[in-house]
Design a protein around this ligand. Structure first.
Ligand code: NDP
Length: 449
């Protein structure tokens, strides 16, 4: 019995809504993908026949665990840890760990679901997964962060290894946390298994350009979108949100390509610097001192700090949301349009709400969704795995060249899929459909597992 793509998609939507009714972020991510897949299913009735989608929306495995640790006053604290191993049809589960108080199963599932398609787009043979904890590293001492990471890994180590699941960083998990996690893994297993985590220190298996990769990659993606229409980054002002790993290196690359990034933000507010953000000062405050964004304005005469408010109120032709999910809503999109925005590339995961995406696309703004635009981070993680497996080490230039090529390929594959499925330049449709076809084909080849 053949079922129409529309009927199949609405049946899957009903199933996932019933099963995950209390997971709003996950449902948002699933809706966003399913809404674009009708033309793909029309072209590939075998995907409907094999019920690929119902399998795809259900994680292969979800692990939830207690993380007890001692704070500096010797009080016992308890957090919740997660690892969602979503889909391994293309390779070992791959995706970051997020430590932030907002983390819950819905957030981890949305991130893991998006990761499947993103990883497929990189063509690096990696499956999709994500993990983390509701632990907040802000305001904790290094010793507290270390004890937390050790306790977290004391459970996680049972479920990961270089062939099974390879976590990396995300919000709240940078080089310091990866170091503590790796140390505990090594101690528990008695093995120096470089390939089990990515984002490692460069002296012990970390890849060049991994730190820069997500931010640089998002700017490369914007550059490719603009190049298609004969435009560029040079001479244009960029509005960047966030001031963490992704934001810092997006700002750096915009400046290297002759643009001017004039904002950065954190959860307390944003700074505007008409001279262009001084990226070395930003790194000092955020990466070294772990300070707040307001301190940037305290130390830079050309900058002002705006407490609260919306960074999208600042006019600029390029926008890079690089903080967190749903940070760019309808009001933000209207403000950006009022400020003359030409291109938006998502450095963060799902930072733009569906209503805001629709507004931007209807206005003809080039819009690069995170699945494609921020794929440079995970792609470079896969390159780190390659180097670890070969006991090799590439230099910075070679690594950046590979990243640049991968982002060009991700752009081209995404654009080609948008053309194939009838809406040239709709990169949301393109990223979802190109990623989905790759994974669905692998799932069919591998049978009902
Ligand atoms: P970081 O922890 O390094 O930085 C996060 C930044 O976003 C901080 O400046 C933080 O400010 C800010 N932020 C977080 N929540 C909010 C909020 N509710 N409102 C305003 N600002 C907020 O994380 P990353 O830079 O690594 O990650 C940023 C985004 O990029 C995430 O969506 C992540 O999933 C995505 N991403 C990251 C990759 C990577 O390689 N790191 C790869 C692909 C995607 P504050 O300090 O005040 O919390």
């Amino acid at each position: 019995m053949s079922v129409s793509p529309e009927a199949h998609l609405s049946a899957i939507t009903e199933t996932v809504e019933a099963r995950s009714y209390n997971e709003p972020e996950f449902l948002q991510a699933v809706h966003e993908v399913l809404e674009t897949l009708t033309p793909v299913l029309s072209e590939h009735p075998e995907f409907v026949e094999a019920n690929v989608l119902e399998r795809l929306v259900e994680p292969e495995r979800q692990i939830i665990f207690r993380v007890p640790w001692l704070d500096d006053q010797n009080h016992v604290r308890v957090n919740r840890g997660f690892r969602v191993q979503f889909n391994s049809a293309l390779g070992p589960y791959k995706g970051g760990l997020r430590f932030h108080p907002s983390v819950n199963l819905s957030v981890i599932k949305f991130l893991g679901f998006e990761q499947i398609f993103k990883n497929a787009l990189t063509r690096q043979r990696i499956g999709g997964g994500k993990g983390g904890s509701d632990f907040d590293p802000r305001g904790k001492s290094d010793a507290e962060v270390m004890r937390f990471c050790q306790s977290f890994m004391s459970e996680l180590f049972r479920h990961i290894d270089e062939h099974t699941d390879v976590p990396a960083g995300d919000i709240g998990v940078g080089g310091r946390e990866i170091g503590f996690l790796f140390g505990q893994y090594r101690r528990l297993t008695g093995r120096h298994e470089s390939g089990v985590l990515t984002g490692k220190g460069k002296g012990w298996g970390g890849a060049e350009v991994r730190t820069e990769a997500t931010g640089y990659g998002a700017v490369f993606f914007a550059q490719e979108m603009l190049a298609r229409t004969g435009e560029g980054i040079e001479g244009r002002e960029a509005i960047v949100s966030g001031s963490g790993n992704v934001a810092i290196y997006a700002i750096e690359k915009v400046e290297q390509l002759g643009g001017k990034a004039i904002t950065a933000s954190d959860s307390s507010g944003y700074v505007v610097d008409e001279q262009g953000i001084d990226v070395e000062l930003l790194k000092q405050i955020k990466e070294v001192e772990r300070g707040r964004i307001s301190e940037y304005a305290d130390r830079r005469p050309s900058a002002r700090f705006v407490s609260g408010g919306s960074v999208w109120d600042v006019p600029g032709e390029l926008a890079f949301p690089c903080a967190t999910q749903n940070e760019l809503d309808e009001a933000g999109a209207r403000a950006l349009l009022g400020g003359g925005v030409r291109a938006v590339a998502e450095g963060a995961n799902m930072p733009t709400t569906p209503e805001a995406v629709a507004l931007l696309q209807q206005a003809g703004v080039l819009f690069g969704p995170g699945k494609a635009a921020n794929a440079g981070g995970v792609a470079t993680s896969a390159l780190e795995m390659t180097q670890n497996a070969a006991r090799d080490r590439w230099d910075f230039d070679q690594s950046e060249l590979r990243l640049h090529r991968i982002m060009r390929d991700v752009h081209d594959a995404t654009y080609a899929a948008s053309e194939r499925y009838g809406r040239p330049g709709d990169y949301v449709l393109g990223a979802n459909s190109a990623g989905f076809v790759t994974v669905a084909q692998a799932m069919i080849d591998q049978g009902v597992v």
